[in-house]
Structure formats: C-alpha cells, structure tokens
Design a protein around this ligand. Structure first.
Ligand code: PMP
Length: 394
C-alpha cells in the first residue's frame, strides 16, 4: 500500500499528540494534555431547543444543499459581532463559512502554497497549522514568540531573507503558549509586514475568552489588505458543529470559494442553521462571560498551585485568556522524558517538541486548564511538581 501514497501525505508528521491522548485516557490520570473546551459549559438545552425550532419552522430547507459561501444571516451575524466588539467594518461578502477554522488553514494552503514555498510560523506554533501547511509541502521559517509577543528583529530578518507568502500567527492566547502580542508589538509586526508582500493569517479562535487585561488592536484593523482573519465557534459554542470562518480580501476570496467547492461544496448547512437559530434565541456574550468566569478560576487555580508546588527554576507564562499555559523547565531537561515519569505518577501534559519546526527535544511543556476543575488542578500540579523535583538535573 505504501507505494500508493502521495508525497504530499507521506511527508506530513504523525500527530504525536494523538499518541499522548491515548495514554492519558486512564481515568486515574489527571490530564492537562487535552485541548478541549469544557463540556460542562456546552449549552445543551438551548441547542436542543434551537434544533427543534428550526426543524419546525424550516424542516425541508435545512436539509437541502446550500451555497458555498455559507448561510448569509450567519455571515451577517459574524460581521455585526466584529463591528460591536472590535469596531471592524467587515462586509459579509468577505466571509466564507468553513468546517472549523482548521478547514480555513487547509483552504489557504491549497489556494496559496506551491511545493517549497516559504511560510513564516511562530515558534512554538499551533500544531494543526504545521500539519495543514505540511500537506502542501511548504518550507517553514520559525520566528520565536514569547511573553513579549513576536521577536520583531528575528521577524524582520526572516522577511528580508525569504520571499514568504504567508505568516501564520495566533496573537491572542496562543495555542500552545497562552501568550498574546502586546499592543506595541502588533504595531511593529504590522509595520514590518507593510514593507513586504507577505500575508498574515490572523487565527483568533480564543480572542473572546479574555479573563484579564485589555484587548489589543487586531491585525485586521492595523493592516487590512494583507490580513486573512480566521474565526471559530468551537470555543464559544461547541466544536462538534465544526463551524468556523475566513475573512479574506476579495481577490483571495474568489479563489478560496473555488477551493472550498472542490473540497466539500459547502459547510454543513444543517449545523449552520441550528447555530444561527441558537444565536438568535440566546445572548452569546452572556454565554461567553460564563465560560470566561470558569476558565479564569481554573487558570488562577493552576497558577496558585504552580507557585506552591513547582520548583522555583520552572518558569510559566501568564495567560490573560484562552485555555493553555506554557512551562519552561531548567535548561537541559527534556520534557518528553519527563512525560514518561509523569504518566507513572498519574499526571499528563503535552511535551513542547511537536510545536517546534526547528527542534526535536525541548524543555517546554503545555498545560491545559479549561477542562479540569480547580481541586483536580491543585492535585495534578502537586503530582507534577513532585515529578519535576525528582528529575531536576542537580
Ligand atoms: N487554530 C487554533 C490556534 C486552534 O487552537 C484550533 C483548535 N485546537 C483551531 C485553529 C481549529 O479549531 P476549529 O477547527 O475547531 O475551529
């Protein structure tokens, strides 16, 4: 069978995270390895009602094929939300509804990337983007990202060295590190981009989930012609509907629509209609406020436990939102080796290596706080603190 596979798929790295999640299913393991929204916050009753109501009012319509761009009232809702929350004027015609923002990444790869094309990516960066662009055999150019945002001088140097078609960024509560780009950093990154022809893909699935600090200006506001914005309902409503979107300049949108038709004709129309009914009947901001309250408490519980139980040599990011926190172990420690010991002690996390395109071993790890309650977080971090202490190189 192997000789039948395309080079395209043969070269894509296997998702190591899937292997980890398999290990972490043992119910006695406290897992910070997942990347899932908290299922206890899914609006089950309201979605059930919306489903029944939309069946009653439009039973035949919602089961038919539909247009590629997506249900217009849903696109109008998204545009209105951008206006209300960020003051952005987005034409609903510039929005394409996708099967999750993950499909947005695939369609952008399909539309923009030839084999060997240069892509600039944050390091550490979102694994799903590394996977999506790898399918199109792009060449990755990593630029470090950390608590101060993107390393602007490394970014400028990369822009001057390679003719990158795109720069992929998660400027709010990044997956995996939880960091956000500070305001000035965004202006500096936008100024560097403006001198190039490189597009920025601003992936923002977590932007609504802010529990402290102040929202900074989006790249779509700073450099609109060069920005492709990705959004998602996965973290604010439910991931199972697989509903996300791309906001793109018109010329690119024309090509994205062709790419989307070739992939799946259109995004699941039934889930678009149910979601729109849900959004019409409920206040999304109130629902999101509830999510933020819970995630904020869980993040605080994790930070408190880290202060109490981690050796002082371990440093951690301080996310203002989202679902992840990132820890850096003392130099020379390998988070992958630590993982094996941690599993024996019944606690799991994701070692940092898969989030890097330039290294295979690292002293960093990702901790998810969205799906574990505060008491369990305390116990899990206590276990992990003990494991780290036992493995310190001195
Ligand atoms: N981008 C980032 C940064 C993510 O963390 C995720 C989800 N893990 C996605 C995109 C994909 O989300 P979805 O396809 O569910 O919208």
């Amino acid at each position: 069978m192997n000789k039948l596979f395309s080079d395209r798929i043969s070269d894509v790295p296997q998702s190591f995270i899937r292997e980890i999640l398999k290990v972490a299913v043992d119910p006695n393991i406290i897992s910070f390895a997942g990347g899932l929204p908290n299922r206890d916050l899914f609006p089950v009753a309201a979605l059930k009602k919306a489903t029944n109501d939309v069946f009653d009012s439009a039973g035949k319509d919602i089961l038919q094929y539909s247009n590629t761009e997506g249900y217009l009232p849903l696109r109008e809702y998204i545009a209105a939300r951008y206006k209300k929350h960020e003051g952005l004027d987005i034409d609903p015609a510039d929005i394409l509804i996708t099967s999750g923002s993950q499909q947005g990444l695939d369609l952008l790869g399909k539309t923009l990337l030839n084999e060997g094309d240069d892509v600039i990516i944050e390091e550490p960066g979102y694994l799903g983007a590394i996977q999506a662009f790898s399918v199109y055999k792009s060449k990755f150019n990593p630029v470090p990202v950390g608590s101060q945002g993107l390393d602007v001088s490394a970014f400028e140097e990369t822009l001057s060295k390679v003719d990158a078609k795109l720069f992929y960024a998660v400027p709010n509560f990044q997956n995996p590190s939880g960091v956000s780009y500070p305001e000035q950093n965004r202006h500096d990154v936008a100024a560097a981009l403006a001198k190039s022809a490189t597009l920025i893909i601003e992936d923002n699935p977590y932007g609504d989930l802010r529990f402290s600090g102040k929202q900074a200006t989006s790249f779509k506001a700073l450099i609109p012609e060069q920005t492709v914005l990705l959004g998602s309902f996965s973290k604010t409503v439910v991931p199972a509907f697989r509903l996300g979107w791309i906001v793109a300049p018109k010329a690119l949108m024309e090509k994205l629509v062709i790419a989307k038709q070739a992939s799946d004709l259109h995004t699941n129309y039934f889930s678009q209609r149910v979601l729109f009914e849900f959004l019409s009947q409920n206040d999304l901001d109130a629902h999101v406020a509830n999510i933020i309250k819970v995630y904020g408490e869980q993040k605080n519980a994790m930070e408190r436990a880290i202060k109490k139980y981690f050796p002082a040599e371990v440093t951690c990011t301080e996310p203002e939102g989202g679902m992840f926190l990132w820890a850096t172990l003392p130099e020379g420690m390998d988070a992958r080796a630590l993982f094996d010991v941690a599993i024996e002690e019944k606690v799991a996390f994701v070692p940092g290596a898969p989030f890097y395109v330039s290294k295979t071993a690292t002293n960093t790890l990702r901790l998810n706080f969205s799906s574990v309650d505060p008491a369990t977080i305390e116990e899990g971090i206590k276990r992990l603190g003990r494991v780290i202490q036992s493995q310190l190189p001195y």
